[in-house]
Design a protein around this ligand. Structure first.
Ligand code: KIV
Length: 274
């Protein structure tokens, strides 16, 4: 199986939008150029998620991620990929204050990374901001249901939509963001019938994470999928590989060979002076 992308034409935002109700959209997170290069051929969309705060930086939540971090990692992923549609997650406190603040920071992200779109969390209360951005040429992916940037207000990472009132809230949030012009919406941590009703109800392409196969596509955090992030594993994660264990074995072998002087061997040396 090839892991190198030959294509030079990127999947565009309208092409993702046209997948509504069709072939599921495949999305993974990426934060670095080498990971983007490996994933590019296999996905439609790469998300520079603010999950990088926990996964890459060892932070307790996503709240410590800054705009500069998102821009630096976003630019690296754009450089490392050629095909995937690239979406950068807007960090906490970089877009909520006003549509103008959101425009200023989202425009910086687009200009400085070369990404195709931004993602931001929020429901009805963010609809005016989404409309403001979309009307000014910034493609927006929404994020409703379990919203990690609201972890403090929600009192933890909790599945949303189990009660009638919660389900109505998630559905109203998704409809408001879709009606405001978002081309896609991530639905995180909700029950299947809520995800199915939203997917049927709105024109935006729904991307599920812990939201059942009823969505128009799926996203996971790559390090969860490949066994590189093991601090905690949500129920919705399927681990397809154990790269962490492979790295551990390689490091142990290297350590043993350095100590025994088996490494470096003659094939790794420049010989002796003549
Ligand atoms: O930050 C992130 O990686 C995300 C996805 C998991 C949807 O928001």
């Amino acid at each position: 199986m090839s892991t190198e992308t030959k294509e030079t034409k990127r999947i565009s935002v309208p092409e993702i939008a046209a997948r509504k109700g069709g072939e599921p959209v495949v999305c993974l997170t990426a934060y670095t150029a080498p990971m983007a290069k490996i994933l590019d051929h296999h996905v439609d969309m790469l998300l520079i998620g603010d999950s990088m705060g926990m996964v890459l930086y060892g932070m307790p939540s996503t709240l410590g991620v800054t705009l500069d971090m998102a821009i630096n990692h976003g630019a690296a992923v754009v450089r490392g990929s050629r095909r995937a549609c690239i979406v950068v997650d807007m960090p906490f406190a970089t877009y909520e204050e006003s549509p103008e603040q959101a425009y200023r920071n989202c425009a910086r992200v687009l200009a400085e990374t070369g990404c195709a779109a931004v993602k931001l969390e929020g429901g009805e209360e963010m609809a005016a901001t989404v409309r403001f951005l979309v009307e000014r040429g910034i493609p927006v992916q929404g994020h409703v249901g379990l919203m990690p940037q609201s972890v403090n207000a929600a009192g933890g990472f909790k599945v949303q939509g189990k009660t009638a009132a919660e389900a109505a809230k998630v559905k109203a949030d998704a409809r408001a963001i879709s009606d405001a012009g978002a081309f896609s919406i991530v639905i995180e941590g909700t029950v299947e019938d809520v995800a199915a009703e939203i997917t049927d109800d709105i024109s935006a392409v729904t991307i599920g994470i812990g939201a059942s196969p009823a969505c128009d596509g799926q996203v996971l955090v790559t390090e969860d999928v490949i066994g590189l992030f093991t601090e905690f594993t949500p129920k919705f994660v399927k681990k397809y590989a154990d790269v962490g264990a492979a790295i551990g074995r390689a490091a142990a072998e290297y350590s043993a060979e350095v100590k025994s002087r088996a490494f470096p061997g003659p094939e790794h040396c420049y010989g002796k002076k003549k």
